[in-house]
Write a new protein. Structure first.
Length: 203
């Protein structure tokens, strides 16, 4: 199977971007390099001035895109059966790619497109601890930011809709049972995940 992981990192060359790069080095990049299943390619939408820095940081091949339309065209033309979106500052366990591909193998008989969704933990970077995420996406009928699209020979792409809107555009959502595999990282430059979403301490 062909599996692509897509990340958006659209920052100008500024101190905030430098801080976000270091956070990405210690979170997403570190996690990608620890994956037990290496059958994937990482793709990144970013400014030209960050390409070399991120390439040297990662050390392996990266497919770069200037915008989401370029990404969509590429995955459709190259028929990626598995498309994962992952934010630049979030965490994934070392079995993440394997668990996604296991779910795909179980469900690939389906004729229509489907999503694989993971319930995240809440990671407070300042204290280096994990907490329960207060939003249960399954209970509210939505999906988290940790989603994978299996387009099933259609021209759908993982970047067609915001993660909270996919439930209105797809018939089947596979909820992965491992609730300690991914985590939303909270830090000073995170503008979307607030302290009010921190639940009880996990570890």
């Amino acid at each position: 199977m062909k599996h692509i992981i897509f990340t958006r990192f659209m920052y100008d060359d500024c101190p905030m971007a430098d801080e976000r790069l270091e956070i990405m080095r210690g979170t997403l990049v570190s996690c990608l390099k620890k994956q037990t299943n290496k059958n994937f390619v990482w793709s990144l939408m970013c400014r030209d001035h960050h390409k070399q820095i991120i390439s040297e940081m990662y050390g392996d091949e990266i497919i770069f895109f200037k915008d989401s339309n370029e990404f969509k065209k590429y995955v459709i033309e190259n028929k990626f059966e598995v498309q994962t979106r992952h934010d630049s500052d979030d965490l994934m366990c070392s079995q993440y790619v394997q668990e996604i591909q296991d779910e795909y193998e179980i469900n690939k008989f389906r004729k229509d497109p489907f999503l694989i969704d993971f319930q995240p933990m809440y990671y407070d970077k300042d204290v280096d601890q994990f907490y329960r995420f207060k939003i249960d996406y399954k209970k509210i009928g939505s999906t988290s930011a940790f989603i994978t699209l299996c387009p099933q020979n259609t021209e759908m792409t993982i970047w067609d809709h915001p993660h909270t809107k996919w439930n209105s555009h797809i018939g089947t959502i596979i909820r992965n049972k491992n609730q300690k595999c991914v985590a939303a990282t909270v830090h000073n430059n995170n503008t979307t995940t607030g302290k009010n979403l921190k639940g009880e301490l996990l570890f």
